[in-house]
Write a protein that binds this ligand. Structure first.
Ligand code: ADP
Ligand code: MG
Length: 263
């Protein structure tokens, strides 16, 4: 039986789709069978992040409504053996689905894959409630900004209420800004969110180009790529310590401090 992980956030644009795509690819590279389910109805972009947008014929609402069997809606990612995508509908009209229908769909998927990763809409509305319906665990994504962390706290509180185990991913972390005191540091974020950390992904332009080119950053080298690979291994149970990127390079930290002193 596969594990079902929902990727959520309070605020939009913090990196949920990026996390879902890159963790999916990284898990598939570890010989896991993974299906990515796009539940960001009406806004789908997981297909674009994976470069699969031209291959969509059916979506998950077609499956739920019985228009097509599950196997016909699933898109097998030829670039990443072991990875498949179940796309979201583009039209919001097709959004009238219930948590029960999602639970049924997810139950079928978990029988076929090691990992079912659900890309969720931002916020705590109905789409979020649907997306968490069949999940075993959640990954809450935030960026180190006060408003995003505050919105993430709301999600963390709800996940706690429904007793869904969760982990945290801090995205777009900028060590130099943290050292300069102009970005929230790890302690500040964790003191507000108080959840187990799965990983920290630094700001990396290769994430943007990867998303635009439909080639997830984890396929290339780079800091974000390495971070996603470590996170995938942690999901599989590997004990890999999490380093604070703002503290791991003492020489750079000393240089930043010197710069501050000298104005
Ligand atoms: N670590 C990162 N470094 C640089 N850009 C990033 C990073 N993570 C995400 N982005 C960019 O941020 C934007 C929002 O990411 P996305 O995954 O679409 O967020 P969400 O799904 O939460 O709305 C995208 O343009 C994406 O390329
Ligand atoms: Mg998204």
């Amino acid at each position: 039986m596969g594990q079902v992980m929902v990727v959520t956030s309070g605020k939009g644009g913090v990196g949920k789709t990026t996390a879902a795509a890159n963790l999916g690819v990284a898990l598939a590279a570890q010989h896991q069978h993974v299906v990515l389910v796009d539940m960001d109805m009406g806004l789908r972009n997981l297909d674009v992040a994976l470069g699969l947008e031209n291959r969509i014929v059916y979506d998950l609402v077609d499956v739920i409504e019985g228009t097509c069997p599950l196997t016909r809606a699933l898109i097998v990612d030829r670039a990443h053996p072991g990875l498949a995508l179940l796309p979201a509908p583009v039209s919001l009209r097709k959004g009238g689905i219930t948590p029960y229908e999602i639970m049924e769909l997810v139950a079928e998927l978990r029988g076929r894959y090691d990992w079912v990763i659900i890309d969720c809409p931002a916020g705590i509305d109905r789409g979020f409630r649907n997306a968490i319906a069949g999940a075993d665990r959640a990954l809450v994504v935030t960026v180190p900004e006060v408003s995003a962390v505050r919105d993430a706290l709301r999600v963390v509180e709800i996940l706690r209420e429904v007793q869904l185990p969760m982990q945290l991913m801090i995205n777009r972390f900028r060590p130099r800004m943290v050292r300069a005191g102009s970005m929230m540091d790890l302690d500040a974020i964790l003191s507000i969110l108080d959840a187990e950390l799965l990983g920290i992904v630094c700001e990396d332009t290769r994430v943007v180009s990867g998303n635009n080119l439909g080639r997830p950053a984890v396929d290339e080298s780079g800091v974000a790529s390495a971070a996603f690979r470590r996170m995938a291994k942690r999901l599989m149970g590997a004990q890999i310590p999490i380093r604070d990127p703002s503290r791991s390079r003492p020489l750079l930290a000393a240089l930043d401090a010197l710069r501050r002193v000298s104005g």
